[in-house]
Design a protein around this ligand. Structure first.
Ligand code: ADP
Ligand code: ZN
Length: 749
């Protein structure tokens, strides 16, 4: 029976309040609980759920802040008040989640069709460990004279002396210092001489000084900085794209906007695409502002996390640099969000709750009337279109800072200048590396592929080693002596006999991974000091810091790495970049393959010649005529993006239309296929709406589940979410089959 239908008198008789509480579970919305006290939304509480007890958050009523299109159909059933379970406890010591963070959580959930509770779970990763957040309470002397009636025994006097000398302390501390018992201390408290106080008075995080060491900006930089500062000073929502060639000083320029935000007493969030970049970034920040910022990523220890979380909630921590999950921190006064390398795909969260960090950064800033700065040398098509439409502002830095010039880019046609069989470095590239070594300069080889070889083939029977759980080849990792699937966690030891025909020593590695390039470079340049920069060996910021230090102090001649080397590093003595396989990203042919390859290669090229010596970039390619290669050689990013736009516009491909992927998966192929077909039959129809598929996914088997994909594509003026909701709410829930939705997909696997 619904609450409303109860007669009024029976309602009045119920003690307490009905509370909406969002819990970190995949329900449609918050659940109702009962509480003696009325608690404001945002308060964190412990609530029973089944036999468990969870940390949840008191939630709001209707999500009125969401556009109508986004609102979930229903927020679950209303239960009779008498049937509601009471909340178990209130987390008094944890700062409540601010309004704008709750709205943000609702938004992320509604946009991506995720359960709001699962989005909340990201924000609750810290306070969920509620026990550990209880503050330590102690005693201090109540100000004013001692009451006349107080009997000052020697034990009591000792406690008061301990307080005078050592300051406030816990019962245990005071007892140890004074020799008095706990009862004596309690007696003093009862007599009104002591009062309770917080022992862990959180130290203020220290203030970043906006005027600590400002750089002298060039005229071009100063102009851009001024515009960014103005954006912050407006104190309203606005987005600016800061576009500038690699090495043009984009960081120095947006630091001025950070300074402006600090002067307002508001907080700043800076997102980086990879946590390994945080070390170099925090160093730079410290040089500019005289203090280290807070860092936020998955590798922090619990204690640091907790302190950082509270300091941000209480507004003591002014600047946070981190990965996309930092968007869910409880900022008290957020004023500016910077998204560095905004075009990076790593901003897309691809597991669990799917969201795009860049897009959600914009949403977060809008909810607090804050400014956003998107930073890139090669902005995404999405962002460029928003600039064209006048939604985003645009500041451009044309020149590299100081005397540094843009590197010269050349192409090595591998059809003509390819290496000998079984090798992967062209003689032309090797000669150049040698020259650089002679000149005492550093070189870098880039190959975006981990491991030794991407495929292993049996020469006797043609069998290829494949993951038993995925439709993917096993990748040899020779150093770790394993074969690994790059799509699931499956690994196996290296094998000597073919598992199919049993032939001995017939297995050969096909194609290069970065380990194989390392081996070839070692043989080719025996005197060179090599360093691998690969994401699976340099996983932590500290390991990366050490590698960066070695490069900077010139203990390295040749760096060999995967995409992690392409990021925003600044190595002044690095003058040659060799791209081992410039064509690599072009295969697969998804929507953004060319754009992504262009961005990646441009970025890796940008590592060369950042100091005083000019840089050179050599692209090994079999596809010299490809628009990507032509654009790179001509350094003409604009025409390239115009061509791309021309290809996407007519078919309403993003960003000219909207796209959502629907992935159906099941343990049996037939189940997946049947459900996918059923979905296709009930697909939304109408003008400007199109459903493509179903088709087996390129990764047709992943973690033992067969996968089919459908794509819903609409015109820009048609919202996807309500279509998806209606479509999928009506879908049959079939045994083990699952339907996953990916709004604005980045991966098409
Ligand atoms: P980008 O992010 O555009 O690639 P950076 O901000 O990393 O460029 O700048 C490249 C290098 O030039 C850095 O070492 C930076 O400190 C330096 N630099 C840029 N602008 C200035 C400036 N105005 N004064 C001093 N050094 C600068
Ligand atoms: Zn696998």
């Amino acid at each position: 029976m619904a609450e409303n239908s109860l007669p009024p008198h029976s309602r009045r008789m119920e003690a307490g309040h009905r509370l909406s509480v969002l819990v970190p579970r995949p329900f449609d919305g918050p659940l109702d609980y009962r509480s003696d006290r009325l608690l404001v939304p945002g308060t964190l509480v412990r609530v029973p759920l089944g036999r468990q007890e969870l940390t949840g958050c008191v939630w709001d009523g209707e999500p009125a802040h969401l556009p109508v299109d986004f609102r979930p159909v229903s927020r679950g059933k209303t239960f009779a008040f008498a049937k509601l379970r009471p909340i178990s406890a209130v987390l008094e010591h944890v700062p409540p989640l601010p309004d704008d963070l709750r709205q943000f959580i609702d938004w992320v959930a509604a946009y991506g069709l995720s359960a709001p509770g699962m989005v909340l779970a990201i924000a609750l990763r810290v306070p969920a460990q509620a026990g550990s957040m209880k503050p330590l309470m102690g005693w201090m002397r109540k100000p004013g004279p001692l009451p006349d009636t107080l009997r000052l025994t020697p034990a009591r006097r000792a406690v008061l002396e301990a307080l005078e000398q050592g300051g406030p302390g816990t019962t245990a501390m005071l007892a140890a210092q004074s020799g008095a018992s706990a009862a004596v201390i309690r007696g003093l408290a009862n007599a009104g001489v002591l009062e309770e106080c917080l022992m862990e008075v959180p130290s203020p995080a220290g203030q970043a000084d906006p005027d600590h060491a400002p750089p002298t900006l060039s005229a071009e930089q100063a102009e851009a900085a001024e515009a960014l500062v103005a954006g912050v000073e407006e104190r309203t929502f606005n987005v600016t794209l800061l576009e500038g060639v690699t090495g043009s000083g984009k960081t120095e320029v947006y630091f001025e906007a950070v300074a402006a935000c600090l002067r307002q007493g508001r907080q700043v969030l800076v997102l980086l695409p990879e946590i390994v970049l945080t070390a170099q970034w925090t160093d730079r920040f410290e040089r500019r502002f005289g203090i280290r910022p807070a860092v936020w990523h998955s590798e922090l220890g619990q204690k640091t996390r907790r302190e950082t979380w509270c300091a941000i909630a209480e507004g003591r921590q002014q600047v946070v640099v981190g990965a996309r999950s930092a968007l869910f921190l409880p900022f008290a006064r957020l004023g500016l969000v910077v998204v560095d390398e905004e075009h990076e795909n790593t901003y897309k969260q691809e597991e669990g709750v799917l969201y795009h960090g860049r897009d959600m950064a914009i949403v977060r800033a809008r909810l607090v009337q804050g400014a956003v700065i998107l930073v890139s040398a090669t902005p995404s098509m999405e962002t460029l279109v928003n600039v064209q439409k006048g939604r985003f502002r645009h500041e451009v830095l044309e020149a590299r800072h100081g005397t540094a010039q843009m590197p010269e880019i050349t192409l090595i046609d591998m059809k003509e200048h390819g290496p000998e069989r079984g090798q992967f470095l062209s003689p032309l590239l090797c000669e150049s590396i040698e020259e650089r070594m002679k000149a005492g300069e550093q070189s870098m080889l880039f190959l975006n592929r981990r491991g030794y070889a991407p495929m292993t083939l049996c020469r006797a029977c043609g069998h290829r080693l494949q993951c038993p759980h995925c439709s993917a080849w096993m990748v040899e990792h020779r150093r770790r002596r394993i074969l690994a699937c790059h799509h699931c966690e499956y690994t196996q030891p290296l094998v000597s006999a073919c598992p199919s025909c049993g032939a001995q020593d017939s297995l050969v590695p096909i194609g290069p991974g970065v380990e194989r390039i390392h081996e070839e470079a070692q043989a080719r340049f025996p005197d060179a000091r090599l360093l691998s920069m690969v994401s699976d060996t340099l996983t932590s910021p500290t390991a990366m810091e050490e590698a960066v230090r070695k490069i900077a102090s010139r203990e390295v001649d040749l760096i060999i790495g995967t995409q992690v080397v392409a990021k925003g590093w600044h190595f002044p003595d690095l003058t040659l970049v060799g791209v081992v396989d410039a064509d690599l990203g072009l295969g697969g042919g998804d929507l953004r393959a060319a754009e992504r390859t262009m961005q990646l290669l441009h970025q890796v090229a940008g590592r060369a010649g950042r100091g005083t010596k000019p840089g050179q970039v050599m692209l090994q390619s079999y596809a010299g005529d490809h628009p990507v290669m032509k654009a790179l050689l001509a350094n003409d990013f604009i025409s390239f993006m115009e061509q791309e736009a021309a290809q996407r516009r007519p078919g309403f491909w993003p960003p000219y239309g909207r796209l959502a992927a629907v992935i159906v998966s099941a343990p049996k192929e037939r189940q997946a296929e049947e459900l996918a077909r059923l979905l296709a039959m009930h697909a939304p129809r109408g003008e400007g709406i199109q459903v493509l598929g179903p088709a087996p996914a390129p990764l047709a088997l992943l973690r033992d589940r067969y996968r089919y994909r459908l794509l819903l594509r609409t015109r820009r003026d048609i919202a996807l979410q309500p279509l998806l909701r209606r479509w999928l709410d009506g879908a049959p829930r079939k045994n083990d089959a699952r339907i996953d939705v990916d709004v604005d997909p980045v991966s098409f696997m």
